[in-house]
Write a new protein. Structure first.
Length: 268
């Protein structure tokens, strides 16, 4: 009996030690640009994610509020070296230099997962992006990474969000909810994205959250078009969704929707 108790205590101690020794995920939040309170939202996202999972969020932020912000990652295709995931929350709608776009995409081509929030969907666009882009076209590369093409939105009104894929670990047991005034992005075309949630605003009903597998390495990508206003970004339900997206993209989310062992939020 004593031997059994001692063995159990050893296993328990080893398990606890293992959990404590798990290195936190390293996430790079890329943010800045037009039309949003990125100066506030970057801190809300960092604090919200780090409070929900074993993750450290570093920030690449430009306070420039133009549609072509000089974010420090541009021109550096190895900008994600040492990171487990890149969170794109930039609004760079007029950043259309092919070499810059190639550099932004390079880590994801190489297999580093991506999470994309709100105006990231309207970044890196050029040419006839208002129409469905043909597969393989030069101006399709960002949309092919996302798995969905969006080009605009209507007036701000509450969005009724319905989780349509109840079995995905990202949405497991999450309750449908209605946002404060928000922007509902259109869906020009759904490419290879797999729908997780839809949003209804008046007569419009569009995909607002989805996953994708990108490139030859089938890199995991999670995206949501929700998140214009800081009140939404700070909403517990939004932060829960984004955290699950980060954990899923990095392979650290269990089938039950909970962080894998060692990747739960660390006690303060």
């Amino acid at each position: 009996m004593k031997t059994t108790i001692a063995l159990f205590a050893t296993l328990l101690s080893t398990s606890v030690l293992f959990a404590e020794d798990v290195k936190p995920l390293k996430a790079l939040l890329v943010t800045g640009g037009c039309c949003h309170e990125y100066g506030k939202q970057k801190d809300v996202l960092k604090q919200g994610l780090e409070a929900r999972a074993n993750v450290i969020v570093d920030i690449a932020y430009s306070p420039d509020s133009s549609t072509k912000p000089p974010i420090e990652i541009y021109g550096k295709p190895d900008y994600a070296k040492g990171y487990d995931v890149v969170i794109h929350d930039e609004c760079s709608s007029n950043q259309n230099a092919p070499d810059v776009i190639t550099g932004v995409l390079q880590p994801h081509v190489d297999g580093i997962p991506g999470v994309n929030l709100h105006c990231a969907m309207h970044s890196y666009r050029f040419g006839s992006f208002g129409k469905p882009v043909p597969a393989g076209a030069d101006n399709a590369r960002w949309y092919e990474y996302l798995g969905l093409q969006s080009t605009g939105h209507g007036a701000q009104q509450p969005i009724a969000i319905t989780f349509t894929d109840k079995e995905s670990p990202i949405t497991k047991d999450l309750a449908d909810w209605t946002t404060v005034n928000e922007e509902l992005y259109n869906n020009v075309q759904i490419l290879t994205g797999k729908t997780l949630a839809r949003g209804k605003q008046g007569n419009a009903d569009n995909v607002v959250a989805w996953t994708n597998e990108y490139g030859p390495k089938k890199t995991r990508v999670f995206s949501t078009t929700i998140g214009h206003n800081t009140a939404t970004v700070a909403d517990e339900r939004y932060l829960d969704l984004v955290t699950r997206g980060v954990l899923w993209a990095t392979g650290k989310l269990g089938d039950d929707g909970k962080p894998a062992k060692g990747y739960e939020a660390k006690a303060k």
